[in-house]
Design a protein around this ligand. Structure first.
Ligand SMILES: [Ca+2]
Ligand SMILES: [Ca+2]
Length: 235
């Protein structure tokens, strides 16, 4: 009888909380950063480390939360904005829900959720003198949620600027449009109405040679770098 009770106790998980995480994610102790890049992959589906985004989830006591489900929701980025997610994500451990336009993974023992997300911008190109092609500007459109707790928002970057043919001189040309047609080449984002966050790859508020260097690193990551292997999620 005693054995049966103990077995039932174990099966129902009644004593499991003693061994698992107990506290929910906390905004003030977790680290989400300010931006998330969308990247490309090689023919084998490997997504370069340059496109990695790590979010660290901690509890009230600043202890890492293991096994938390961390989602990045791109709803406004794709609905009202210029970004697109690939329907097929190839980085290990991440899942995609095109209905929610969200990508998710679970945290490791150190509370880290590691993403390398495949996607693109649809940069329409230079619309006219002095203004880069339309886009979200400075909007932090992506929302980070861990175990149902909203942790904050991120700006989105995209190296594949036209969503096709991988990374090519066309993408470089579109990036340069954002770089040189913007009126804030050397000023922080707040001073510039034509700032396009998609091309500010290090999110320092200025689109300059540092971002160009990052683009070239991506461009010449193990070749060739491909766009989505299949369709994109509907905006
Ligand atoms: Ca492209
Ligand atoms: Ca920058």
């Amino acid at each position: 009888m005693r054995i049966a009770v103990v077995a039932a106790f174990l099966v129902t998980g009644a004593i499991l909380p003693a061994f698992g995480r107990a506290d929910p994610p906390i905004v003030s102790t977790s680290t989400i950063g300010t931006f998330v890049p969308l990247g490309t992959a090689d023919d084998a589906g490997a997504v370069p480390a340059l496109f990695e985004k790590v979010i660290v989830i901690r509890d009230f006591g600043s202890f890492p939360v293991q096994g938390a489900l961390v989602e990045i929701r791109f709803g406004d980025c794709t609905g009202a904005g210029e970004f697109r997610l690939c329907e097929t994500q190839t980085f290990p451990g991440i899942t995609i829900d095109c209905t929610q336009r969200s990508v998710a993974t679970t945290t490791d023992a150190l509370g880290r959720a590691t993403f390398r997300i495949r996607g693109a911008a649809l940069n329409p190109g230079v619309a006219g003198p002095g203004a880069p092609g339309a886009g979200l500007g400075d909007g932090a459109c992506a929302e980070v949620i861990a175990d149902g707790v909203i942790l904050g928002n991120l700006r989105v970057k995209a190296y594949d600027q036209d969503g096709r043919d991988g990374l090519t001189p066309v993408d470089l040309s579109l990036f340069l449009g954002d770089r040189f047609q913007s009126s804030c080449q050397n000023y922080p984002r707040a001073a510039c109405a034509t700032y396009r966050s998609r091309s500010d790859f290090n999110d320092d508020g200025t689109i300059n040679v540092v971002d160009l260097s990052l683009f070239l690193q991506a461009r010449f990551s193990p070749l060739p770098q491909r766009s989505c292997a299949g369709a994109t999620c509907a905006p």
